[in-house]
Ligand binder design. Structure first.
Ligand SMILES: C[S@@+](CC[C@H](N)C(=O)[O-])C[C@H]1O[C@@H](n2cnc3c(N)ncnc32)[C@H](O)[C@@H]1O
Length: 275
């Protein structure tokens, strides 16, 4: 199993170095754009005292802990993650928070009764799931009638980077997108929610602009992706080096630009039986 951010999050427990993944989550959590997206998702969920909320793919549990404070007093917050290591890390960091618990569970097989939550949230998880439909159906199943699902995810084909070589840039960015089990999940969320029987489905695009090459490369792995393409013979090594040098020059001269768009999607379970 490679410790590659695009393909490794689907099975973090097999990582050679867990810190690659925890470090990525900590970096994301330190960026104001993501903090604002997360706050917006709590609002869309209707996180308020007394609510029962499920956070699927909770990672280090930071968001679950933040929501546990919003549902107190009287509420419950459950974080689940497919990775035992992530759940242990989340328990270590937030195990003492009132009303908050963590469990190991796959998104497509949630160990909860039908209609047991008021709201369910899934943040940058479905990009790592090759077949997101069963997972979204499971989340809809555990919602009470009128309960809300809020999903945030990336659409990797919206990733842009300013570079002189347009064809090679497309090759690099498409290779990054296609390493994800579901690199197009951002644009597909609305359709998956509708197929799971949710109604009132709305999508809110959120675009991040990054001008710092070092931060962007930690998140989007430009140099590793172009290197992998050269190693596999899909592009010439001299072209890979020229492309990387171009990014470094842009970074050094303060003209580096990249952006990406993620989508916050909200859907509501109807009052009747699930569709
Ligand atoms: C990019 S992290 C996001 C973590 C967290 N939601 C956050 O915003 O910080 C993706 C998480 O999804 C988990 N994950 C991946 N596939 C999963 C699955 N099929 N079921 C449950 N969790 C999964 C990973 O273990 C990882 O913790």
């Amino acid at each position: 199993m490679s410790d590659d951010l695009a393909s490794g999050f689907r099975d973090v427990d097999r990582a050679a170095d867990l810190e690659v993944f925890t470090g990525c989550l900590e970096l994301v959590n330190s960026i104001p754009f993501f903090a604002e997206c997360k706050r917006q998702s709590y609002g869309l969920l209707g996180a308020a005292p007394g609510r029962r909320i499920l956070d699927v793919g909770c990672g280090l549990g930071e968001d679950a802990a933040a929501m546990a404070r919003l549902v107190a007093p009287g509420g419950t917050l459950v974080g689940v993650d497919g990775s035992r290591a992530m759940v242990e890390a989340a328990r270590g960091r937030h195990g003492e928070v009132d009303g908050l618990s963590f469990e190991v569970a796959d998104a497509a097989s949630l160990p909860f009764d039908d209609m047991s939550f008021d709201a369910c949230r899934v943040d940058r998880v479905l990009q790592h799931v090759a077949d997101p439909a069963p997972a979204i159906r499971e989340m809809a199943r555990v919602l009470r009638p009128g309960g809300v699902l809020v999903a945030y995810d990336n659409d990797w084909e919206t990733l842009t980077v300013d570079s002189a070589d347009r064809p090679l840039t497309r090759t690099v960015l498409n290779a990054w997108c296609d390493r994800f089990p579901s690199g197009w999940i951002g644009r597909q969320l609305v359709s998956y929610c509708l197929q799971a029987g949710l109604g009132d489905v709305e999508a809110f695009p959120r675009t991040l602009v990054l001008r710092d090459l070092a931060v962007a490369d930690r998140l989007y792995c430009f140099f590793a992706t172009v290197e992998r393409l050269a190693e596999s013979g899909r592009i010439r090594r001299e072209d890979a080096m020229r492309w990387s040098d171009g990014l470094r020059a842009a970074g050094a001269e303060g003209r580096f630009f990249c952006s990406y768009t993620g989508f916050l999607v909200r859907g509501v379970r109807g009052q009747g039986e699930q569709g």
